[in-house]
Design a protein around this ligand. Structure first.
Ligand code: 5GP
Length: 115
């Protein structure tokens, strides 16, 4: 499923404000508006796709770029050595609220498990 319009599309187009902390050709990273940890950044592909359930085999490189952007930023932010968590919520039981695929980067404090 391709989603054409969400709040994240508006952030990508700079139509609504966000604290953007990472950008490359394919991916934007911005602070979550309701942070759950000292570092809580959302990494979104500029090409909209709803979630992991909508991925195709041909999206392998595309998805890899999103993960690599998050891990690169985690090193830059100085949280990689102590550790962090990448989360992707999919569909209602997964807790997804914005249907534009995104990776949550959470870190800067010990994170409990299970969540
Ligand atoms: P989900 O629940 O879909 O996995 O995550 C969506 C995330 O987007 C939530 O953590 C929520 O706080 C964040 N969010 C929703 N609206 C906005 C917004 O307008 N700006 C920012 N920066 N984050 C948002």
């Amino acid at each position: 499923m391709v989603v054409s319009e969400t709040i994240f599309s508006k952030i990508i187009r700079r139509e609504i404000p966000a604290t953007i902390v990472y950008e490359d050709e394919h991916v934007l990273g911005f602070n979550d508006i309701h942070p759950q940890a000292p570092v809580h950044v959302l990494f979104v592909p500029k090409r909209p796709i709803a979630n992991t359930d909508a991925l195709a085999a041909s999206d392998a490189e595309f998805m890899g770029r999103v993960i690599l952007a998050a891990s690169a930023y985690a090193r830059t932010a100085g949280i990689a050595e102590r550790g962090y968590r990448l989360v992707m919520n999919t569909n209602p039981d997964g807790g997804q609220t914005v249907y534009h695929l995104h990776v949550h980067l959470l870190g800067g404090r010990p994170l409990s498990w299970p969540p």
